[in-house]
Structure formats: C-alpha cells, structure tokens
Design a protein around this ligand. Structure first.
Ligand code: ASP
Length: 331
C-alpha cells in the first residue's frame, strides 16, 4: 500500500514537471498623447490590425513550442517593419535629421542580455541586440562598432533613407519651428507620442523574455541614448520575478531604473505584478513629472499594461484572452 502511494505521488510529480506553463505575450507600440479623436476610425483600425499581427506572430511562436525570446523577436520585427511605430522603419529624427536606433533584449532564464545604441543602417535592431547577446562576449555595442558587428553577423543592412517617413520628418520640422518661436532650446518635447515598441513573453517552459526597440525621441541630440537599450531601465527579464518593456520619456526611466525596480518589488517586496507596476508608473514616475508606460508579465502569467500618459498602443494574447487598445479606459 505504502509503495503504491509513493509511486502514485511520484507519477503525479512527474506529470506536474512535464506540464507546460501557460504561454502569454504582451506588446506595446509606445505611450503618449493619444487622446480619443487624435486618430480617424480608419487609422485606429490600421493600428490595431498591426498590433494584432504582431501579437499573433509572437503567440504562434509560443503555441508551437518556441521560446519566449523567439516570440519577443517575432513580434518586435513586425512592429519595426511598420512605419506606424517609432522603431525601425518610421523611427523619429534627431535634431540634425538622422535616424539613430536603439534596442535591447533579455533572457529571463539566464539573465543574459544584448543591446545596441545609435545604429543607422540595421533594418531590425532587435535582431542585432539578440546577436550581441548570443554571439558576442558583450552586452552592449554602440554606433560604428554595432554596425560592424551587424555586418559580421550577416544581418540585413539598409540605406539610411529606408527609415524615412514623411510624418516623422514633419514632426521634426514642427519641433524645430516651435523651438525657434520659443527662442530657447526645447530639450525634448513633452506630452508627445513616443511610439517605441516592446514585447514580453512567457513560454511553455516557464521562461520569460523582454525586448524593446526605438528611434528615441524627436529632435534628440546627436548621440543621445534613451532608456530602451539600457538593461534595467527599458528592458528587464528574470524568471524569478517578471519581464518588462518600457516606453516614455527615457531620461526619467533611466534615472528610476524602472524595469528592474518593478521586478525587484515583485521579487524582494513580495508585491503582485499589478501593484509593483502601479507604484512605479503612478507614484514614482508621476512624482518626477514624467510620462510613459510599461508592459509587465509575471512568471505565473499575470500581467500589467500601465501608463500615466493619455494612451498606449498595447495588446495581450493568452490561451483565454486577446485584446488590443490605444486609449486610456479602453478595454
Ligand atoms: N523611451 C524612448 C526613449 O526615451 C522613447 C519612447 O518610448 O518612444 O528613447
């Protein structure tokens, strides 16, 4: 009898070990001044269709047994290739009219990470960040070094004008014009639409990953690097707590180490993903007079999509839920 009980306990333990974790993916396409009425119904449909395409690609990867890292990369590549978002094609312009791209990725299982800053010719910076993580001894490459590494890795290189879009160029001209009128240097436009993209995923093995990709902020100075490629600020993932991708006024996200702080509140403070995220965005970020948002996915699949700006392009897909949204108070 005793042997039977032990054997049956052993078999249920084995079944539990073999059981797959519930998979989930959460994405964002930037936070900012997106109040209702800013976009036409047609534009809203187009934005949501692109977010859905990115969610579906990430989820399909997870559903087929792929890793959280693969899912994050699959979703972000779609958003980078879309001119709607401030990452890859459609990136914002620096003060002197260039596109300088930043990206990072982190593996929650190993806490390995890769990041790139100020790249100008790599079609998909998130792929380059992943190559830095997996194919180099380093965590971060910048500018020419990053470009050389991209070429060595055989990543797709494009001419700088690949990233050009009229709307981003016009946004730069408007910002320069406003600065001239004010007669003083507007450091960085506030209450704007950020448009960075990011994804966090949980795979069937219970591994978390996070990634973020951006063109930065309109009219940023040459060489300015924001939070998106900074591990702990724009991106963080640790299987012990959560995975985070940020969007917003990067200088503040760096100073608050937002992504790491949320995970630390979960890991050491025993907080839920929702409470830790709320504290960071609605207490600490708001207290600094800054705006933006984060997506957060916990090790058990609990998630948060929080922002203190008017809106945030966002979406989530799990076995039981799928939704995308743009504005505040939109379910
Ligand atoms: N966080 C990004 C930066 O500061 C901007 C964004 O979220 O769109 O570079």
């Amino acid at each position: 009898m005793r042997i039977l009980i032990i054997a049956s306990a052993f078999f249920s333990w084995c079944a539990a070990q073999a059981a797959d974790s519930p998979v989930a993916i959460v994405i964002h396409g930037g936070a900012g001044a997106m109040e209702r009425g800013r976009y036409t119904p047609e534009e809203e449909v187009a934005f949501k269709a692109k977010l859905t395409e990115a969610l579906d690609a990430g989820y399909a990867t997870l559903d087929a047994g792929g890793t959280a890292l693969d899912a994050v990369e699959a979703s972000i590549v779609i958003l980078e290739d879309s001119p709607f978002f401030n990452a890859g094609k459609g990136a914002v312009f620096t003060r002197d009219g260039a596109n300088e791209l930043d990206a990072s990725i982190m593996d929650g299982a190993t806490k390995n990470a890769g990041a790139v800053a100020g790249v100008k010719s790599v079609k998909n910076p998130i792929r380059l960040a992943r190559a830095v993580m997996e194919k180099s001894r380093h965590v971060m490459f910048a500018r020419e070094g990053a470009e050389t590494f991209a070429r060595e890795q055989g990543l797709e290189i494009v001419a700088p004008d690949y990233f050009y879009t009229d709307h981003r160029w016009n946004a730069l001209q408007d910002a320069l014009e406003a600065e001239k009128k004010d007669g003083k240097e507007t450091a960085l436009p506030v209450d704007t639409k950020y448009g960075t993209v990011g994804a966090v995923a949980l795979d069937k093995d219970g591994n978390l990953a996070a990634g973020t990709s951006t063109g930065g902020m309109t009219m940023k100075s040459w060489g300015r690097v924001g939070d998106s490629p900074i591990i702990g600020a724009g991106t963080y993932a640790d299987n012990k707590s959560c995975a985070v991708s940020s969007t917003g006024h990067g200088e503040f996200f760096i100073r608050l180490t937002i992504a790491r702080d949320i995970c630390a509140q979960v890991e050491y403070g025993g907080k839920s993903v929702g409470d830790a995220t709320h504290d960071m965005i609605h207490n600490q970020l708001t207290a600094m007079g800054a705006d933006g948002g984060v997506i957060v996915l916990g090790k058990d699949g609990d998630y948060a999509m929080a922002f203190n700006s008017k809106g945030m392009f966002r979406g989530v897909k799990t076995a039981s839920e799928q939704r995308v949204a743009i504005y505040g108070n939109e379910e």
